[in-house]
Design a protein around this ligand. Structure first.
Ligand SMILES: Nc1ncnc2c1ncn2[C@@H]1O[C@H](COP(=O)(O)OP(=O)(O)OP(=O)(O)O)[C@@H](O)[C@H]1O
Ligand SMILES: [Mg+2]
Length: 254
């Protein structure tokens, strides 16, 4: 069980750029309990705080206040590697690329083994069919979808207790989304992985047992998808083909 208790994140003054005034609160006094083995989707408008929330759970962002309790232990002050050793793994929205490192290197670190059979078994689970892929450099030449598949594989390879995937479907082709949802469902069921997927994709929202809707750093809704529909419709703010003018579109400039 992963409990978020009144967590709050305010940007450190030194990190704030022109777009984000110093000391801005991104996550506001948010509380939620992820039950062990559940499948959760987190959605919400761009900039609402989903990635920030995921990074708080992983320890990449430091809490300003509040507590995170994992299986009864307070992990609020644990560094990233200790949370990782405790079984919490995060797949980045924008995975890092490493010049001079291959996919095989990353997978070997994730599994703690360079046994080729084991690595092949993992890449086949994430829908990569070619063995040649193992020796691809994880550098800027990888396509957007390829780097996301690699990130997904390195999360799964760790056999996490809690897996947080930040928009795993970004750049993923039409033919891979369905199998990706099935894969995460299977990992959740067979390995009892608490699965948290940040996504805007309907396939993930439909697959989840519980949907969390984040708006302005708060939980605007948690429950099933059907209950979220009226709120999701209400959240459609402004469109690209309308000039943001007048009272109706004032919220575009918030
Ligand atoms: N360390 C930081 N310093 C300053 N601003 C930050 C920091 N971290 C996040 N933000 C700001 O907080 C807001 C929420 O960012 P976040 O990445 O969590 O959004 P998101 O919900 O994941 O959006 P998207 O759907 O586009 O991925 C953004 O306006 C972002 O610029
Ligand atoms: Mg994000």
């Amino acid at each position: 069980m992963l409990e978020l208790k009144n967590i709050l994140f305010r940007t450190p003054e030194s990190d704030a750029g022109a777009q984000s005034p110093a000391g801005r609160t991104i996550i506001h006094d948010l509380s939620f309990t992820f039950e062990s083995g559940g499948f959760y989707a987190i959605t919400g408008p761009n900039g609402s705080g989903k990635t920030t929330l995921a990074k708080l759970i992983m320890g990449i962002n430091e809490l300003t206040s509040g507590k995170i309790i994992f299986n009864g232990s307070d992990i609020s002050n644990l560094p990233i590697h200790e949370r990782s050793m405790a079984g919490i793994v995060y797949g980045f929205q924008h995975p890092a690329r490493f010049k001079g490192t291959t996919f095989r290197d990353l997978l070997s670190v994730a599994t703690g083994s360079d046994d080729e059979e084991k690595l092949v078994e993992i890449i086949s689970r994430v829908g990569i069919c070619s063995l040649d892929f193992l020796d691809k450099p994880v550098d800027s030449k990888l396509s957007g979808g390829e780097i996301k598949k690699i990130e997904l594989a390195t999360v799964i390879a760790r056999n996490p207790k809690v897996a947080i995937y930040d928009e795993p479907d970004t750049g993923i082709d039409l033919w891979t989304i369905g199998p990706m949802v099935e894969l995460l469902r299977r990992e959740q069921k067979e390995n009892k992985t608490t699965t948290i997927v940040v996504s805007h994709n309907k396939s993930f929202l439909e697959a989840a047992d519980t949907l969390l809707l984040i708006r302005d750093g708060k939980i605007a809704y948690s429950g099933n998808l059907a209950g979220a529909v009226p709120i999701l419709e209400d959240l459609s703010v402004c469109t690209f083909n309308e000039l943001c003018q007048g009272e109706a579109n004032a919220q575009c400039y918030r």
